[in-house]
Design a protein around this ligand. Structure first.
Ligand SMILES: *[C@@H]1O[C@H](CO)[C@@H](O)[C@H](O)[C@H]1NC(C)=O
Length: 267
């Protein structure tokens, strides 16, 4: 199924190479390595300000498999692709490994208006835009995620597409903050890719947790701004992710058999 989808998406644009099926003879590790691709909310040292950290640094405490945090602050699906960072992970994975992809915080804005090299082209398919700063052809969030996933699948990895974490939903003192469009876009990408790719709504899991925690507790997790959390907040975001995985929140992912028990319940 995925190659049908990929062929469909690739037909409009020939510039990005679509992976071909593996030729066999791939190495399979006894226990998988799980790679995490994302932005500062997942990355080591979070916002890079000394006070914040990313949840990818804590997820290893809740999984029996080896975890490798490849998240980098400031990246979007587009810039992670353009910088060759997805390709770096593609080069590392072997058959049976798992890759979690979570972007969205840096994907907004327009590539056609003061392009910052991170904004994706609007839309959920093969739409393209031209960057007003570089002339680069820019693709949609869904397109970048599908391209990266196809390269990983061709190496025999499975892919878990995770929706971005929310910003501080108690910033105003009243609970709010509905899902940004990139949450739905991750699901769109997962649905397009077939069985080896699953979706987990990390946004929803953290939102449920924040509702339960309440205003004072959640505001205390954001020392500097409404995006980057303290190490405690990053720990909680990791726990919410694990609870969502363990409860098959949006379907059964390849990660579920590597969740350590008992699962910490945070929502
Ligand atoms: C994921 O599942 C949860 C629980 O059923 C649901 O609330 C949420 O809307 C789902 N996410 C998406 C994007 O469909």
């Amino acid at each position: 199924m995925r190659f049908t989808t990929s062929a469909f998406l690739a037909s409009a644009i020939g510039a990005l190479q679509v992976a071909s099926a593996p030729s066999g003879g791939l190495v399979r590790r006894a226990s998988p390595t799980v790679y995490f691709c994302g932005d500062s909310t997942m990355a080591k040292n979070g916002g890079g300000d000394g006070d914040t950290d990313g949840w990818g640094n804590y997820i290893g405490n809740y999984l029996t498999a080896t975890t490798v945090n490849k998240a980098i602050g400031g990246r979007s699906a587009r810039s992670y692709w353009n910088e060759g960072r997805f390709q770096e992970v593609v080069d590392l994975v072997v058959s049976g490994d798992i890759v979690v992809i979570e972007f969205g915080h840096n994907d907004g804005g327009s590539p056609e208006s003061n392009d910052n090299a991170r904004s994706d082209c609007p839309g959920t398919g093969t739409e393209t835009c031209i960057s007003d700063s570089t002339g680069e052809t820019v693709y949609t969030f869904v397109y970048y995620v599908i391209q990266a996933s196809n390269l990983l699948l061709a190496k025999g990895a499975t892919v878990v597409l995770s929706s971005q974490t929310p910003n501080n939903q108690w910033e105003t003192g009243t609970y709010g903050g509905s899902a940004p469009r990139f949450v739905g876009y991750q699901k769109t990408a997962a649905d397009a890719l077939g069985d080896s790719v699953t979706f987990v709504d990390h946004f929803q899991a953290v939102s449920n947790m924040y509702l339960k925690l309440g205003s004072d507790a959640v505001n205390a997790l954001y020392p500097n701004d409404h995006t980057h959390t303290s190490p405690e907040g990053a720990t909680l975001a990791a726990q919410a992710f694990v609870q969502a995985i363990s409860e098959n929140m949006n379907g059964t992912t390849s990660l579920v058999s590597y969740v350590t028990t008992p699962v910490t319940t945070v929502y």
